[in-house]
Design a protein around this ligand. Sequence first.
Ligand SMILES: C[S@@+](CC[C@H](N)C(=O)[O-])C[C@H]1O[C@@H](n2cnc3c(N)ncnc32)[C@H](O)[C@@H]1O
Length: 251
Amino acid sequence: MNSFISWIGGKKLLRKRIVAEFPEKESFNRYIEVFGGAGWILFASDKHAEIEVYNDVNGNLVNLFRCVKYHSEALQKELEFLLMSREQFFDAKEQMEIRGLTDIQRAARFYIVIKESFGSDLRSFSVRPKNIDNAINYIQTVSERLNTVVIENQDFECILKTYDKEDALFYLDPPYFETEKYYPDRFILEDHVRLKAALKRLEGKFLLSYNDCEYIREVYKDYEIIEMERMNNLVQGEKRPRFKEVLIKNY
Ligand SMILES: C[S@@+](CC[C@H](N)C(=O)[O-])C[C@H]1O[C@@H](n2cnc3c(N)ncnc32)[C@H](O)[C@@H]1O
């Protein structure tokens, strides 16, 4: 199934290719999506493993996922009153900053800001028409999929420590090297170094996505590195630039 939102760096276009690199199903019993975002890899299967975990450090995003999981009907109701328009987009964006909203009110406004911004940048209003009724109805289906998924809101290092076990599979899609500025939560060189060190300590299996660059190739030279290419989905037309990525695995 599809995710219910798009997200910067979302793996919509590469999800089949990425899931094809997972180890054999029998070899892992827990699946952990450490840098969850829109969860495109989680949603790519009806169930990856007995235990499934979605995590992201972004509190607004995790609140949205939790409201979809636990309060889907209330969230749908809240969204019914929010018309899709330029004014509504900027109102929702501004209201995100004020105190006193309930989790459901906050989730609804964040949903609007994601849906209505250009390339999900959370800043500029996108004029492309969308069928918002279908999108709101889809929240129910997503809620059912999340029913057994544990939703966490932690820094990646804590998640790796908490869920590591021999039968674990971690999929990691961190902010790419030198593209970190696109995310509200900064990810600096120190975090990339911290991630490499934490992955080295793992007992379980990991599959890691990154942009294809010299630095990442050097840091992960002891692991298998698989090359991939995708279209740049922020650019329209036939001459879309292609973007090189890598998948790195420890199995
Ligand atoms: C490239 S996006 C993930 C996209 C996701 N794979 C998808 O398909 O939608 C990276 C995510 O990492 C999250 N993130 C940034 N720093 C983090 C940290 N220290 N720990 C956990 N998540 C973090 C960001 O909020 C962002 O949602």
